[in-house]
Design a protein. Sequence first.
Length: 165
Amino acid sequence: MDKSNLRAACEERLARLELPHRFGTQQLREAVALMRGKPIVLQPLGLNTSADTPCGIRVETPTADILYVEQGTSPAHQMHILAHEISHILCDHPGSLSLGDGAAAAIGLNPTLIQRMSGRTAYTTADEREAEYMATLIRQRVYRERFLPARRPVAADQRWDAIFT
């Protein structure tokens, strides 16, 4: 997929969530959970990881999407990892981690409950590049729209002049 088509596809997915002009990570999680019909559970990824261990892991089970985020990194990087793993959910990626590599045991889950699992250590696959692009768009919207007015304001708090009225 070329860059303009990738951007259009990612923007469309984000628009389907109908997030407010100003939103945060919690609102993003809630919107995706509502769309999926199951909660998104956050778990810390232990500090005793090797260089080969992904900094984020998404595990899909029948009852929840579980996102593991590295503890030993900055809060800004943790938010980006979270956006990246949520992007895998939004893009409906099939998962890239094999249950046979011990990943399920490392995070303490019963392998029979896992439907899909993905983790990133590099951007070598199309799914990883798409999730990273989607995460970048999400984070840009989170930060950019804290300072810029909505493109099409619908509520008073989305207009510049509402600050002073």
